[in-house]
Design a protein around this ligand. Structure first.
Ligand code: CA
Length: 250
């Protein structure tokens, strides 16, 4: 354990003051916050620090991209509307480099949610402003928990041509490895653990995303579509009309 101060040397002094006495747990790692509204960034820093995360803040997209490459954060809290480089563009560039660090998008408007979901950027989750700092922290913990995978339950799952290794968090269709985001992976793994079982969207939101249906079940549809697009004909996910989804050998 060491003082926050040491991790925040490159930050603005005023931000440093707000978390001076918070202790960082080095095991939790560093969260990169990309946010150009200072009051929001300060709140995010404060609450994430309280949870023991190291926090590094950048106020524009270009600096955030550079920081993500340099600091290798455990998660990125990424504002969509950023100067220099849009948040969606930051995420797209990281994914193009094979960087699958969990990304939690912060969106200001519904049309930004549509963009985040529609661009298939491999976003792990999103929150819409205004959000409570507590909610943000809970979401960050959820994406990290999912990225690290559930303990135990490590047997390789096979359905048709799809093979999923929970321990290594890798998926193959035939012999081709398919890169999935941590959310896509967890959704597929959840369905594949109990082949044939039909899950309602609300149930998937609660069991895979870890929060209540208020977040909107469209998220589930979008992620299912992304998994299907990546797996192609090998996709084991079947739509059960009026109910939800199930995984079955195609
Ligand atoms: Ca903004």
């Amino acid at each position: 354990m060491f003082e926050t101060q040491t991790l925040l040397e490159h930050s603005e002094p005023i931000r440093r003051r707000t978390v001076r006495n918070v202790m960082i747990d080095p095991n939790k790692g560093l969260v990169l916050v990309a946010e150009d509204e200072k009051s929001i960034a300060d709140l995010q820093r404060l609450y994430l620090s309280r949870e023991g995360f190291g926090v590094h803040v950048e106020g524009d997209g270009r600096s955030a991209l550079a920081a993500a490459r340099r600091l290798r954060p455990v998660a990125i809290v990424l504002d969509v509307g950023l100067p220099e480089l849009d948040g969606t563009e930051v995420c797209r560039l990281l994914r193009a480099e094979g960087d699958w660090t969990p990304v939690l998008f912060c969106t200001a408007r519904d049309d930004e949610v549509d963009r985040v979901l529609g661009l298939e950027l491999g976003a792990d989750d999103y929150v819409t402003k205004p959000f409570s700092p507590r909610e943000l922290v809970a979401r960050v913990k959820t994406v990290l928990r999912r990225a690290s995978g559930p303990p135990g339950d490590a047997a390789v799952l096979t359905l048709g041509e799809v093979r999923l290794d929970p321990a290594r968090r890798r998926v193959w269709a035939s012999d081709r490895e398919i890169p999935l985001t941590s959310t896509e992976f967890d959704l597929l793994a959840h369905l594949m653990r109990r082949p044939g079982r039909v899950y309602e969207r609300e149930q998937l939101l609660s069991e895979v995303w870890g929060y209540a249906a208020a977040a909107g079940t469209r998220t589930v549809d979008v992620h299912v579509a992304q998994v299907r697009a990546k797996l192609g004909d090998a996709s084991p996910i079947r739509t059960v009309r009026g109910v939800g989804y199930a995984a079955e050998a195609p």
